[in-house]
Design a binder for this molecule. Structure first.
Ligand code: DOR
Ligand code: ZN
Length: 344
């Protein structure tokens, strides 16, 4: 196969940031993607419907002239989230989903949830109105090893929440483990999982062997090879519960290449070429469209995009090593292998 045509992809988990960073990042995602679920972990976070509407307008203003990219907004759940405000913002079409960050789990998550019982009324309202909950699935307990935090979260937090809130639609964001894959598969129509581009490529050796690679550090951190293989099998399976959420999370190089580097891989620019290479390596190019363009809209109850993108195989494609932004340079994810699929 040397040419593939896909319905235009969507990104079901994206960090666009704000200000000078947003100005540089909006065009990077709008180039190949039609829609994206926009993460609300700004400083301060996007907590109310009014804040989400204002952020949506700033994103629209940052798009290139004529772009039809649609930001699908999310609210950042806190223990003080007002269920009425959330339901109103959902009914008015301002927000698509809400994001649950355990407090302290990752970048700008300090206002997240410490006591999950405190958000029970919000979760019940979300189940009633059919509003999906996007979950950063890691426990933050100091005694839990960072490589076990996802598996422990599923048992201690996610499964109890789902049992206590029948009908709640949940997206397990950026799963990184075999346990995450297995749980997503077992959950029926109300459970989905996003998988990032970089977690299909990296295991923990890539971060640590031969020197520390700050641009491969993200959260949840990449795990052992057996987990990467489980993610590859899930993403390339075509199964409806698995869909692309890049978690493209730009930080300027100075913040990554530091004594305490920020978590996040920036993949928006070259994701489609990387995914085509990955699916080709696994003999699954015929299932790429399900992962990038069909399963996500089906879960969110939205139509798949009518527009198409064409990928062509040929000589290796080059992408910029970094994107210059008004806040500083941001390094583009290096998959470590040549990319033969060009997005036309
Ligand atoms: O690696 C990550 N970066 N994981 C997250 O959960 C947050 C993100 C960010 O905002 O930088
Ligand atoms: Zn994220």
């Amino acid at each position: 196969m040397t040419k593939i045509t896909l319905r235009r992809p969507d990104d079901w988990h994206l960090h666009l940031r704000d200000g000078a960073m947003l100005a540089a990042m909006a065009p990077e995602s709008a180039r190949h993607f039609a829609r994206a679920i926009i993460m609300p972990n700004l400083v301060p976070p996007v907590v109310t419907g009014a804040e989400a509407a204002a952020y949506r307008d700033r994103i629209r203003a940052a798009l290139p002239e004529g772009s039809d990219f649609t930001p699908l907004m999310t609210l950042y759940l806190t223990e003080a989230t007002d269920p009425d405000d959330l339901a109103r913002a959902h009914a008015e079409g301002i927000v698509t989903a809400a994001k649950l960050y355990p407090a302290g789990a990752t970048t700008n998550s300090a206002s997240g949830v410490r006591d999950f019982d405190k958000v029970r009324p919000v979760l019940e309202r979300m189940a009633e109105i059919g509003m999906p909950l996007c979950v950063h699935g890691e426990v933050v307990d100091a005694e839990i090893d960072i490589f076990d935090r996802e598996a422990v979260f599923i048992d201690r937090v996610l499964d109890p929440i789902r049992r206590a809130t029948p009908g709640l639609r949940v997206v397990m964001e950026h799963i990184t483990t075999r346990q995450g894959v297995d749980y997503a598969r077992s959950g029926g129509a109300d459970l989905g999982a996003t998988i990032t581009t970089h977690h299909l490529v990296l295991n923990r050796n890539h971060i640590l062997v031969g020197g520390i690679r700050p641009h491969y550090y993200c959260l949840p951190v990449a795990k052992r090879e057996e987990h990467r293989l489980a993610l590859r099998a899930a993403a390339t399976s075509g199964e409806g519960c698995f869909f692309l959420g890049t978690d493209s999370a730009p930080h300027v190089d100075a913040a990554k290449e530091s004594g305490c580097g920020c978590a996040g891989c920036f993949t928006a620019t070259n994701t489609l070429s990387v995914l085509a290479e990955v699916f080709e390596q696994d003999g699954a190019l015929d299932r790429l469209e399900a992962f990038t363009s069909l399963n996500g809209p089906a879960f969110y109850g939205l139509p798949a995009n009518e527009a198409r993108v064409v990928l062509q195989r040929g000589e290796p494609v080059s992408y910029p090593a970094r994107i210059e932004t008004g806040a500083g340079p941001v390094t583009v994810f290096d998959p470590g292998f040549p990319l033969h699929w060009r997005v036309l």
